[in-house]
Design a protein around this ligand. Structure first.
Ligand code: HEM
Ligand SMILES: N[C@@H](CC(=O)c1ccccc1NC=O)C(=O)O
Length: 292
């Protein structure tokens, strides 16, 4: 066969002679990534072991790994904003947006778990629930959904509790962004700049007017306008994750109460009414349209 490579003809790829094969004394793929540890960290509790529990565990573990990176990027983004490094902060946020997409897409894998299958091992989970994910709560706090009451569930884990307390008392990404805007000369209300950052930000009409000025003359305010839209993407993506979680919960446990003790679907539904950056959504209503 002319024009067909040796590899295609034999449909077998040669292992090149230069390929390293002796890892008895050197760092390898597995040792670098601590794969022994990672791959021995799945411990099903069902007895006899239910086939689908491994899916359930891995879905959560992969989510937690991505949440670890989201947290890393968001903390860096907040620090960068505080140093007026908006462009680098936006680079961090761009990565978070891609991770969010992966996290949301991942729900399609778990949606293959039928209610029948889940009901066969759910009772082994006791009162464990995603509600107790400290990394998830840390991300919520970083984005501004502050709630001191959420710390209680972490009292038995001092390290997680301390981190959440630190983030509760620290400015959120939005607080940092609004302080940055103020430093750039935008008339962000003083009460926002001096607010108690350990509670959720509440909508402020004066701030909507400031943002309307930016949105109505986007070309003049291009970099901050672009930053605003990046934050809108972040919130949008976060809500899409919440929505997919809710829909998966609905199809798997219906209206049952949650293992964590909440009402279940109703409790998750109320999270969809929350907003991290309320004025960035109100501004859409305020933008004037030219009269013909
Ligand atoms: C069949 C799969 C799942 C079901 C039936 C389910 C169900 C629930 C329910 C009922 C709650 C409310 C708290 C409670 O009373 O337990 C909850 C909260 C939560 N779940 Fe899941 N969940 C599932 C999968 C996941 C996965 C894969 C994750 C990924 C990490 C996750 C993360 C969370 C988080 C972070 C919360 C707290 C949400 C909040 O505070 O608004 N869940 N889940
Ligand atoms: N809350 C779930 C249980 C659950 O999904 C779960 C259990 C242990 C560890 C993580 C979980 N994920 C999300 O809540 C339920 O009510 O069935």
């Amino acid at each position: 066969m002319t024009g067909v490579s040796e590899t295609s003809r034999r449909n077998t790829r040669d292992i090149e002679s230069g390929i390293h094969t002796d890892f008895s004394r050197e760092m390898s793929y597995g040792s670098y990534l601590a794969l022994d540890e990672l791959l021995s960290a799945q411990h099903p509790v069902s007895d006899p072991e239910h086939h689908d529990e491994l899916l359930f565990i891995i879905q959560h573990q992969t989510s937690e790994l991505w949440l670890k990176l989201v947290l890393h990027e968001l903390r860096s983004a907040a620090d960068l904003l505080a140093q007026d490094e908006m462009r680098i902060a936006l680079k961090r946020i761009a990565r978070v947006k891609h991770i969010q997409r992966t996290l949301t897409d991942q729900w399609f894998v778990l949606a293959t778990l039928t209610p029948t299958e889940y009901s066969q091992f759910r009772h082994y989970l006791g009162h464990a629930s995603g509600f107790q994910s400290w990394q998830y709560r840390a991300v919520e706090f970083m984005l501004g959904n502050k709630h001191r009451g959420m710390l209680r569930v972490h009292e038995a884990d001092p390290a997680a509790h301390a981190l959440l307390e630190e983030l509760l008392e620290a400015p959120s990404i939005y607080d940092e962004f609004l302080r940055y805007l103020a430093r750039r000369g935008y008339a962000v209300p003083q009460e926002i700049l001096e607010r108690d950052v350990s509670v959720a930000h509440v909508p402020n009409e004066e701030l909507v007017r400031v943002l309307t000025g930016i949105y109505e003359d986007a070309e003049q305010h291009w970099d901050v306008y672009e930053a605003c839209e990046e934050l809108v993407d972040l919130e949008d993506n976060f809500q899409l994750w919440r929505f997919r979680h809710l829909k998966t919960v609905q199809r798997v446990i219906g209206m049952k109460t949650g293992t964590g003790g909440s009402s279940g679907v109703g409790f998750l539904q109320r999270a969809l009414e929350l907003t991290f950056f309320p004025e960035l959504f109100s501004v859409r209503t305020s933008i004037r349209e030219p009269r013909n």
